[in-house]
Ligand binder design. Structure first.
Ligand SMILES: [Zn+2]
Length: 326
């Protein structure tokens, strides 16, 4: 499990540049599924089992990143976020570009006063990527250059959003030898720039429900944000609502019932911002009842997203039981 997450999070794959990560996922699942397809926009979808009420689980394979927008002078570039990246999360970070070039983001300033002023109200106008003299073509994508770290309970890496969700689906197809109903696992592209892949991922399949697997904010630091309740280590979060969708109530009830009957820890989630692929799945064709199961995560969209091993394992358990029992 840990090795799977390490490989998935360390692999390059910002929105729109998912080839490498898709190949890795395919490598991991292809001997454990009955079939797979890559659709015209690059989503990977695989299936397993027969009969019952078919269900699709979706995790997005893209991660946030940057794209080179202009050359200021040789070796110095303006960049723009791909997906939601705060300039504060970018500053003084290393990035790796598609061709392997490593760069560091700095802040332009001529005086100490200007430095202070820019730091207090940072935006991408003041930031540059220093590629140590290497040429970078406009339109080149990059991601945080960050490695995987773990201890007994926790794991930290870039792209836990949403490679932890991807890893859960990889474990799910490996775990379920004889699923009692047909299930699909979808790995969507370009979630971080507006749920692009998931808007079409479920068109070719006939399913009665969809569940997105994604990260959610964990409010468990010393002065934790009080308007949300999710905490790492308390089990998968069954999402009731976020900014973009409200989970189908029947799916929520079934998830809760399965968790209680199987003795799997879980928590209810209301996120006051954000959105997941569920918002797009729900609008597919004549409408697919959809919900989200989330992994509580600290420092989302930074190079060091942290999740709990037990939440990961309990999410795999919950989804496996959900396929087998409903
Ligand atoms: Zn995200």
């Amino acid at each position: 499990m840990v090795e799977t997450i390490r490989k998935l999070t360390e692999t390059f794959g910002p929105s729109g540049r998912e080839e490498k990560i898709r190949n890795l996922i395919l490598e991991m699942i292809k001997d454990h599924v009955d079939g797979y397809e890559i659709d015209r926009v690059g989503n990977l979808i695989a299936w397993k089992g027969e009969g019952g009420e078919p269900i699709i689980f979706v995790a997005h394979m893209d991660e946030i990143g940057i794209v080179v927008t202009n050359e200021i002078r040789e070796g110095f570039y303006r960049v723009e976020p791909v997906g939601g990246m705060s300039p504060y999360s970018a500053l003084f970070r290393r990035f790796v570009l598609e061709d392997g070039t490593i760069g560091i983001v700095g802040v332009e300033h001529e005086t100490a006063d200007e430095y202070k002023k820019f730091l207090s109200n940072l935006n991408f106008d003041h930031l540059y990527l220093d590629t140590m003299g290497r040429k970078a073509r406009i339109g080149t994508f990059g991601v945080y250059d960050s490695s995987f770290v773990e201890n007994e309970d926790l794991m930290m890496s870039k792209a836990m959003d949403d490679r932890s969700g991807v890893a859960i689906l990889v474990e799910l197809v490996k775990n379920l030898e004889n699923p009692k109903r047909k299930f699909y696992v979808g790995f969507s592209v370009q979630e971080e720039v507006g749920l692009v892949g998931s808007s079409v991922i479920a068109y070719p399949v006939d399913v009665s429900e969809a569940i997105a697997i994604d990260v959610t904010d964990s409010a468990d630091t010393p002065k934790a944000f009080k308007r949300i309740s999710m905490k790492m280590g308390k089990g998968p979060a069954i999402k009731v609502k976020d900014k973009m969708s409200i989970s189908d109530r029947r799916i929520i009830d079934r998830l809760v019932k399965v968790a209680e009957e199987e003795g799997i820890p879980y928590q209810m989630e209301v996120l006051i911002f954000g959105g997941t692929d569920a918002a797009a799945l729900m609008r597919t064709k004549e409408g697919i009842p959809s919900a989200t199961v989330s992994i509580p995560t600290r420092y989302i969209h930074t190079p060091s997203e942290v999740i709990s091993k037990s939440d990961f394992e309990n999410t795999v358990k919950l989804l496996s039981a959900y396929v087998q029992r409903v």
